[in-house]
Design a protein. Sequence first.
Length: 131
Amino acid sequence: MSELYKRKNPHRLFRDKENAMLAGVCAGIAEYFGFNRKGVRLATVLVMLFPPFFAFVVVSYLVLAIVLPVKPGNLYASTEQADFWRGVSNAPSDVFGSLSHRFRELNLRLEKMEAFVTSREFEIDRELSRK
């Protein structure tokens, strides 16, 4: 299969065994959404305090602990890459809007360079530098 059809976004939901307290489910959810790990753990415990939700949280945690793969160690090359892919997954319009803005700026710079290179001044400068 061609490289074009492979999924390039490494931002997926994993169990984070490096920062785990039990199975790494809360740490993985916190990393996926960009939340604080302690906050996600605290919210999970608080939801478990309500009797109707206790069984749901326990069963969900166990299912996620079984279903989710463990996070690979070399998933991202840098923290900037991790932030970029998290932004693509969580707010794609913001990320692509900023990329569009950067490409517009690069296009304007390229247009200015093309205008200079095709101008008469550039030809004169080039002729003077040859002599």
